[in-house]
Design a protein around this ligand. Structure first.
Ligand SMILES: *Cc1c(COP(=O)(O)O)cnc(C)c1O
Length: 395
């Protein structure tokens, strides 16, 4: 997911435009900004890429998720089904909304298993938030069908999956809204940034209002003349961040081509290694290819392979034991270690996070390793990696 590998003149030029005017805010300052609207330009381009009618930039992917939750009307005491394999931001945003995160099981897509949603459905379930982890898709058509059948909101966390598609349709565009992150390690980076995409004009309206203190943006050049139809907060992106991201977004096709090429070379070389299988991709053509995720037959073999790969210079995240991306280490959530009392703590029937057990997810994640795909690898780098992988994964 490494947009940071390819900073260059284009990023400098976009940032230079902004610095030359001194206008770092996306709204207002019409006289001084010399026609530069980097956030707006980014949003138009993101809409073109994803085929969505509307997009709105936020200060981060987490802010985008919170904004989308608000805009979709998810709030106090609603239950939101999310996967146990994600970045912590997903449940943070649910809690921020005053809603209750409920964990479904994942399958070998490394994403929510649509067949196991029914098992955690209750009368309070309001939304499903599948997370397209490590650059590739959940069984999103089946998840969408389930949401439609049950009258649930589908909100996609596509923070790691910019450029990914399922049957030609962009990830993030299947439900009421979808979210992206442009933080420092994502496919396209703004430094910090995120976005909500949607086809629903009402959802979009609420997004741009909510992320800017409730401003309706109808006051014209005078921001002071805007009205405040809703309560909001400040989740705005700055023009500097948007400028970096705009240059990066224009390179997305090139980024995807390189990632896909590098990933295919490694995958082809690994296919015949003993005991190796790969993450199940419902549509391999739509993989954004930020990671190559593979499984070993047992937990022991996966841990062993992970150790040897690291020793041989090919470190591969083992998410099962990782602090940030898998529920087993989310002690702060389990203890509900909030800085101050949260709306969700006042709910009845809070799930018992302390004893959360997701055996099907564990069975997949115990065996899974992922390798991040870099843009900067030369053919020689790839050859060396392949040699190291072959040395590490043996019968
Ligand atoms: C990165 C990420 C986020 C949050 O994005 P930030 O921009 O870092 O706030 C949310 N969900 C997932 C799955 C992510 O990987």
């Amino acid at each position: 997911m490494p947009g940071f590998e390819i900073f260059g003149d284009k990023e400098r030029k976009e940032v230079g435009d902004v610095l030359s005017t001194g206008v770092l805010m996306r709204y207002g300052f019409e006289g001084a900004r010399n026609g530069h609207y980097k956030a707006l330009e980014f949003e138009k381009k993101l809409g073109d890429i994803t085929g969505s009618a509307f997009s709105h930039l936020c200060a981060s992917g987490t802010a985008a998720l919170s904004t989308a939750m608000a805009a979709c009307g998810i709030g106090a005491e609603d239950e939101v089904i999310i996967p146990p394999f994600t970045f912590v931001a997903t449940f943070e945003a649910v809690l921020q909304a005053g809603a209750v995160p409920v964990f479904g099981e994942i399958d070998e897509t490394l994403c929510l298993n649509p067949d196991r949603l029914e098992a955690v459905l209750t009368p309070r379930t309001r939304a499903v938030v599948p997370v397209h982890m490590c650059g590739a898709m959940a069984r999103i058509d089946e998840i969408r069908d389930f949401c439609n059948q049950k009258g649930l909101i589908l909100l996609e966390d596509a923070c790691q999956a910019l450029g990914g598609t399922f049957q030609g349709k962009h990830l993030g565009s299947f439900g009421m809204a979808g979210c992206f992150s442009f933080d420092a390690v994502k496919t396209v980076t703004c430094g910090e940034g995120g976005a909500v995409i949607t086809d629903d004009p009402q959802v979009y309206e609420t997004c741009h209002q909510y992320a800017d203190h409730g401003h309706d943006h109808l006051g014209g050049p005078d921001r002071g003349a805007d009205d405040h139809p809703i309560l909001g907060c400040n989740y705005r992106i700055s023009e500097l961040n948007a400028a970096v991201g705009l240059a990066q977004l224009k390179k997305l096709d090139q980024i995807l081509d390189t990632q896909r090429r590098n990933k295919q070379i490694l995958k082809d070389a690994m296919t015949d290694l003993p005991g190796i299988s790969f993450r199940y991709l419902p549509d391999p053509f739509g993989d954004s290819a930020t990671f190559l995720s593979f499984m070993l037959p047992t937990e022991e073999k996966a841990r062993q392979a992970g150790k040897k790969l690291a020793e041989n210079g090919v470190p591969c995240p083992y998410w099962y034991a990782n602090n940030w991306h898998y529920y087993r280490q989310w002690h702060h959530l389990k203890k509900m270690a909030a800085a101050s009392p949260m709306a969700v703590e006042l709910c009845s029937n809070l799930p018992d996070y302390q004893h959360l057990a997701l055996p099907e997810s564990d069975a997949v994640m115990q065996r899974t390793l992922s390798m991040q795909i870099m843009l900067s690898w030369s053919d020689q780098d790839l050859e060396q990696r392949i040699a190291a992988i072959k040395k590490s994964i043996t019968a």
